[in-house]
Design a protein around this ligand. Sequence first.
Ligand code: 13P
Ligand code: SF4
Length: 300
Amino acid sequence: MQDIIRKIKELKSQKNALLLAHNYQDIEIQDLADYRGDSLQLAMLSAQLKSPLIIFCGVQFMAETAAIINPHSKVILPVKDAGCPMADMIDSAQLREFKKIYPNSSVVCYVNSTVEVKAESDICCTSSNAVQVLQSIPEDKTILFVPDRNLGNWAAKQSGRKVITWDGFCPTHQWGFSPEDISKLRKKYPHHTLLAHPECDPAIVEQADEVMSTGGMMKYVEANDNVIIATENGMTNYLKHIYPQKSIISLSPKAVCPNMRKTHLQDVLTALENEQHEIIVDEEIARRAKISIDRMLELS
Ligand code: 13P
Ligand code: SF4
């Protein structure tokens, strides 16, 4: 492993490349990354980077967003099939049909979506700005929210706006936790704060003390010692690694995103060596998707 790490560092500096990692990535990858963050933080950062080569350790929609907002950099996703099943729960044809049913509507699209769906939407959001994005939509518009029903319904409650959601969800957050996990851990750790990601089922979110993005969790744990975390376990593993003295408990060992687990150090090295799996987006689709992403970034 030390040999791979040394080669990655050498190639990164030779090629003036940057390594970006989502908060769910493996510890070794996050430790090596130039930047870590949640979807919004990484998107905002990508817009400013000047590096000719970005190795994006995360999943397809994240690397695609970076490529769309930073057309000057070559963006590589080290593992070609690291996708997001929620993003594939709606396609552009389905969204066009959905819009036909509600002609005076604005479409808010979670960034966990395909580039074609972003191109058909009015504005994007992430888990850290969904409430703010909903509040920005003119009152006379019907709001359609795709693809995540859980984030859409939670953000609707928080913002006081009425929202019609697509029936998509994240399998990891939907099925990873149960109310029984909460009662068990609340009994064991009565003074811990339960932090939940808004992609979780309402039965989990309603019992959480705080609901936030992975970037929000990172900040919360920086300032607090005793937490139970309801999100993908890569996040919990990394938090435990950087704060070994704190009590950081995962709500359930079942909450694993198989796609986030696909990228290993060897893949990062191969990506740097061969520069394969570059994200290429059709120019016209990218132009339209960028309008939705830019609107979100302007609000953030
Ligand atoms: P964050 O934007 O909170 O990092 O969430 C991304 C994601 O894919 C959650 O499953
Ligand atoms: Fe997609 Fe869920 Fe994995 Fe996040 S955790 S990338 S929403 S499948």
